[in-house]
Design a protein around this ligand. Sequence first.
Ligand SMILES: *Cc1c(COP(=O)(O)O)cnc(C)c1O
Length: 426
Amino acid sequence: MAYGFDTLQIHAGARPDPATGARQTPIYQTTAYVFRDAEHAAALFNLQEVGYIYSRLTNPTVAALQERVATLEGGAGAVCCSSGHAAQIMALFPLMGPGLNVVVSTRLYGGSITQFSQTIKRFGWSATFVDFDDLDAVAAAIDDDTRAIFCESIANPGGYVTDLDAIAKIADKAGLPLIVDNTSATPYLCRPIEHGATLVVHSMTKFLTGNGTVTGGVVVDSGTFDWSASGKFPSLSEPEPAYHGLKFHETFGPLAFTFHGIAIGLRDLGMTLNPQAAHYTLMGIETLSLRMQRHCENAMTVAQWLENDDRIEAVTYAGLPSSPYHDRVARICPKGAGGLFTVTLKGGYDACVKLVDSLELFSHVANLGDTRSLIIHSASTTHRQLSPEQQKAAGASPDVVRISIGIEDANDIIADLDQALAKATA
Ligand SMILES: *Cc1c(COP(=O)(O)O)cnc(C)c1O
């Protein structure tokens, strides 16, 4: 029987504990697992039998979360990681190598722009940044050394929705995997695999956990990409020297990427999610749909109020009829445009800083996707490392604040913004 989303967010990946019958998934706070005998141990290390060896690789609490997120995204498998940024490296790791590149959207979380434009160079990888609304430019940016295309579904800092179907078509034509960061949308609002994505990555730190308690990430594999078709992905299609010559695609089929992520990615890079964090995220996901509905409702109410306020220059909420991406939202995120948007203040940089300092209910933090309403002035914080051009392209100009609308009473959120705007523009 095919269960609906609300049922799966509670039940997928979780079954009563085989040892105790515990209904809630236990936190398996253990580093290692006793082998039945030497033959069992050898079979596990040969990947001939699936089981638990050591918690850097696999852990039952983390495995329950992996299965739950894979199910909600409609994927074949998933690998949890210690953060969203770790998940991005883990997604690229089996695909890339020195001299190879990834084509990425200019509209990304600020930290991702820095990771891709600077840090991955240390591995000999590079990123080519393109405006993903310019489909010809995306196609033109792909060369023989390109191994992946990367974008966000609803792009942080909000207000922009990527035309995933159009980008997937370009990726398909080039024989490349499309990686979609679905952090801001969550699988409740958008399921990128249904729009042609190969891999989906998340910062589970945000809406999936939902209450600002955990740092975590995940890579979900659709299981549909043919890693052997082009010869461009030898880690998956050819004998892998890092695992005594195992051919992952031939051996594991649609689970090739997931097994590679665990057996080599987690084994050698060690960006593992701990079972305590997995527990908090499992608890968060149980209420994902309810929270996302309220995030969307509140964001719409607050965005409309702000748009009609004289002190405001612009509001970039893709759910507003005035947004250039309003039609795209209906296709890519039909249940709502999320809880994240930016606001441009007529008072510029100074008014933004005063607004942030005058809010009482809102928290001024470098986070999003919390039950609480959050605000940040991106240009002086998360997007500070970027050039003015990069800031503008990422929607983080100096006169802009990013707002993550919580699930409090919408009237209270509006009242707080009203009093703080009065002070900011006095
Ligand atoms: C926060 C965030 C990340 C990074 O995730 P961490 O868990 O902080 O490492 C990546 N992408 C998006 C869209 C984010 O919001």
